[in-house]
Each structure stands twice: as structure tokens, then as C-alpha cells.
Design a protein around this ligand. Structure first.
Ligand code: FES
Ligand SMILES: [Fe+2]
Length: 450
């Protein structure tokens, strides 16, 4: 990184198979050079989640969004094709679209009034004759598309590096869990209008850890756990597992808490909903087969797609996108994904349930944000070089099972370790990872969900 002295300590991760410990250097959460590496290596060279196709359902719809600090226009052109353009005027760089969302055939720059079609072509330059051979010139002055854009089950991903592998290859086993989401309802899923947007005073990786961390559920969310118990639901940690899906993607499979709107009934949803759920469940079994319907309907899934997408497929379905702003600051954007066609009472119950738990003001999310902001504040205690060996966080839980080849539990830290191993590779530090002893064959064996 230029001629500045390096500020990243080595190693960032110490994995010790003799001691069964996994330690993450806390500089990962606060170091400016690490943050710059994340921007330059991770956000520049991997697929990133941009948004859901149903956020721009009609021709000429657009939204603006920022990924890795780069302003983008996410739009559907007049012919219905989805695009992602750099939100920057090819003339002198001005942000072109200054509204958050809307519908337009043309984007006009306010600075010198160049105008562009929503398929990226330059439409007009005031006083075009002032440019020599203006046709050729015009052809070179279209909007800059993001080099790669691919869509899987409505989830739109982009990459700033033209050489990334095909999206499906990158998603690997995570892809099928996105298909399972689309299969929940015969008419498919759509996002509800509106974005929940909030800012967290913590490093983005703490949000990933928090989502892949079943260990914190009972202590951190004890208000919610108590409410579930009182409303007739037995909360348990049994039969809940964590999976590394490869490429840093992670999955928690949960069966021990929370019902699933329209798929898995529980008393707090009420008797009318029981009848509707049973009918829907019968339709699913017929459409998908007993086994697939079971995995789609009865299990909650928390899916992390490296590096910036979280799908909370639990009671309802929340999409969360992480946008790192600074080492100690993260913007979170969230949307609700719902069945396109749904009984109005079920939809109302869904919204109530979702906002009461996973929404920004629900019983869970403020607890989680408090937790990761508290980590961000607390890790200052060991910052500096006086006792560098103390400046590590421990993520060893469940390593003994990993050695034995036993499937990791959601209350262990195996899914986090999968994330961190990918992360340390992705930031391009040769000496980032130190391994002692012999790493066992991964417990990653895939799941048979078909
Ligand atoms: S910078 Fe956009 S028209 Fe000049
Ligand atoms: Fe939580």
C-alpha cells in the first residue's frame, strides 16, 4: 500500500488445531488499512448483492444505491432490461441521478445538462456541434455499466471485476437456498416497497458474525425468548445446525424457535391462520414433494452470501445488505420479501410478526445492534501493542466437533470461522493466516435437501 509503513499486524487469524483455538485479531475491526484492503480487494473482486429485481418491477423504474462507496443507478430500461450504471456523469463525473428512486426514460445531468437514455446511451448534449465528429464522440460517452451483472432467482448481483467466475459458480450451495425461497409460494416472491435504512457504529463483519451466531440468541434476546415461551412456543437449541457453504457463504438451519408465516403454524399466529397454513402446506407438498417441502417450510434459514447479503428466512423473510462506511461504521439496508399473492390477513400477520422481531425497532434487532456496537467500543480496551497477544477475539466454540467430523451446531462458531477464512484470503495478505497443527477435512459435506 504505497510507501506508507504497514499498519496491519500479522497474523490476522491464528487457527490452532493442537489447542483447538481460533483467534481473530481485533485490528480486523478497527484498522484503516484493513478497511482499504476490503474496499480494494473484497468489494472490487467479488460478486456483490445489488438489489432484488422486484424493487424495479416496471420499465423505466430506477433506484440509486451505493456499493463499496461507489454510487450506482439500478434501473430497468424502457425495453425491460435490468442495468447497473455508475452514477457518475461521463462528462465530468457529477452524480447523475440525485433522487433515491422513481421512474424515468432519461437521466439528465444538472451540471451541463447532458442527457442519457435509461439503457445507458447518450441522448443529447447541448450545443453538440461544439464537439468534433460528434457521432463517434457520443458513442464513447454512454453511461458506464458495472462490468458484470447476473440475476439468480430475482436477486441481482454485480461485480466491478470483469473476471469474476459466473454467479452460479460463485454462489455454489448458497444458490439452492435462494431457490428454496422462491419456491415458498407458487406465484413467487416480491419485495415490498420501502427500504429500512439504519446506520450502526460497528464494523460490518460484526453484523456477519452476529447473524451466524446462534450462541447469543438466548442470552441477548431473552425478552423475545420469554415472550415465545409465554405464547406457547418451546424454545430449544436442539437440531439446529451451522453450515459452511464454501466461498465464505454460511447457513444456519433452525427448527427450535419461531413459527414461519404461512408455512409452520404456532399458537401465537391464531386459529384462522392454522387453517390457511395447512392448506398452503398441502399445496407445497404436492408441488415440491414431501422432502423438499419439509426443508422449504419447516426449517428457518439464515443465509449469508459473502460479503454483503444476509437473508433472514425465519418467521417472515428479510433481506439485509451491508455497506461498510468506515472501519467502525456500517449502513444496513433491509427489505421485506413476501409472496406475490397472499391472503390479506396472512399478510397483516406477517408484517406484524416481522416488525416485532427482525425489524429495526423489533425485539431482536436493537439487541443485536447494541451487541455489536458494544463489541466495537470494547475492543478498544486491548488496542495497541502493550500486550498484543491479548488483542484477539476467540471463535473456537465447536472446533472439537469439527475434528470429529460431527456437524457443527448453530450455537457453535463454525459458520463464523468459514467466513473469516474466506475473508483473510480475500484481503490478499500473505501472512494473514497462521495455522498450527493439521486442519481436519472440513465438515462441509453438503446437505441433501432435494
Ligand atoms: S458533468 Fe454532467 S453534463 Fe457536465
Ligand atoms: Fe440476534
Amino acid at each position: 500500500m504505497g510507501s506508507n509503513p504497514r499498519t496491519v499486524p500479522a497474523p490476522m487469524i491464528v487457527e490452532d488445531w493442537d489447542q483447538l483455538t481460533f483467534r481473530v485479531n481485533r485490528e480486523a475491526y478497527r484498522n484503516a488499512e484493513i478497511f482499504a484492503r476490503e474496499r480494494g480487494w473484497v468489494w472490487m473482486h467479488t460478486w456483490l448483492y445489488l438489489g432484488h429485481e422486484t424493487e424495479i418491477p416496471n420499465p423505466n423504474d430506477f433506484k440509486v444505491r451505493t456499493l463499496g462507496g461507489r454510487p450506482l443507478i439500478f434501473c430497468r430500461d424502457s425495453a425491460g432490461e435490468v442495468h447497473a450504471f455508475l452514477n457518475s456523469c461521463p462528462h465530468r463525473g457529477t452524480v447523475l441521478c440525485r433522487e433515491n428512486e422513481g421512474s424515468t426514460r432519461l437521466f439528465q445531468c444538472f451540471y451541463h445538462a447532458w442527457t442519457f437514455r435509461n439503457n445507458g446511451e447518450l441522448a443529447a448534449i447541448p450545443d453538440a456541434g461544439a464537439y468534433e465528429s460528434s457521432e463517434e464522440f457520443g458513442a464513447s460517452m454512454g453511461l458506464r455499466s458495472v462490468p458484470r451483472l447476473e440475476i439468480h432467482e430475482g436477486f441481482v448481483f454485480v461485480a466491478f471485476d470483469p473476471d469474476v467466475p459466473p454467479l452460479l459458480e460463485y454462489l455454489g450451495d448458497a444458490a439452492d437456498y435462494m431457490t428454496m425461497i422462491e419456491q415458498q409460494h407458487v406465484g413467487g416472491m416480491t419485495t415490498l416497497p420501502g427500504t429500512q435504512l439504519y446506520s450502526v457504529r460497528g464494523n460490518w463483519k460484526l453484523a456477519v458474525e452476529n447473524a451466524m451466531d446462534g450462541y447469543h440468541f438466548a442470552p441477548t434476546h431473552n425478552t423475545f425468548v420469554g415472550y415465545l415461551r409465554e405464547s406457547g412456543y418451546a424454545v430449544t437449541d436442539d437440531n439446529q445446525y451451522a453450515y459452511n457453504l464454501g466461498n465464505g457463504h454460511g447457513l444456519l438451519v433452525l427448527t427450535g424457535h419461531g413459527g414461519r408465516i404461512s408455512m409452520l403454524w404456532e399458537p401465537r399466529f391464531g386459529e384462522d391462520e392454522r387453517v390457511r397454513t395447512e392448506a398452503h402446506r398441502a399445496e407445497m407438498t404436492q408441488r415440491l414433494g414431501e422432502k423438499r417441502a419439509h426443508h422449504v417450510a419447516d426449517e428457518s434459514h439464515i443465509l449469508f452470501v459473502f460479503p454483503n447479503l444476509l437473508l433472514f428466512d425465519i418467521e417472515g423473510l428479510s433481506i439485509r445488505q451491508l455497506e461498510p462506511v468506515a472501519p467502525d461504521q456500517t449502513d444496513v439496508r433491509a427489505w421485506q420479501l413476501v409472496p406475490r399473492e397472499e391472503d390479506p390477513d396472512t399478510r397483516a400477520l406477517r408484517m406484524k410478526t416481522v416488525v416485532s422481531f427482525v425489524g429495526p425497532g423489533g425485539l431482536a434487532t436493537p439487541d443485536d445492534i447494541e451487541a455489536y456496537e458494544a463489541v466495537q467500543r470494547g475492543i478498544q480496551a486491548t488496542a495497541g501493542t502493550v500486550q498484543p497477544e491479548l488483542d484477539y477475539s476467540d471463535m473456537s466454540r465447536g472446533m472439537a466437533d469439527e475434528v470429529k467430523g460431527v456437524q457443527g451446531r448453530s450455537i457453535d462458531e463454525g459458520a463464523m470461522r468459514g467466513f473469516w477464512r474466506q475473508w483473510v484470503e480475500a484481503i490478499g495478505l500473505d501472512d494473514g493466516l497462521e495455522i498450527h497443527g493439521e486442519r481436519p477435512a472440513s465438515f462441509l459435506a453438503g446437505r441433501d435437501v432435494r
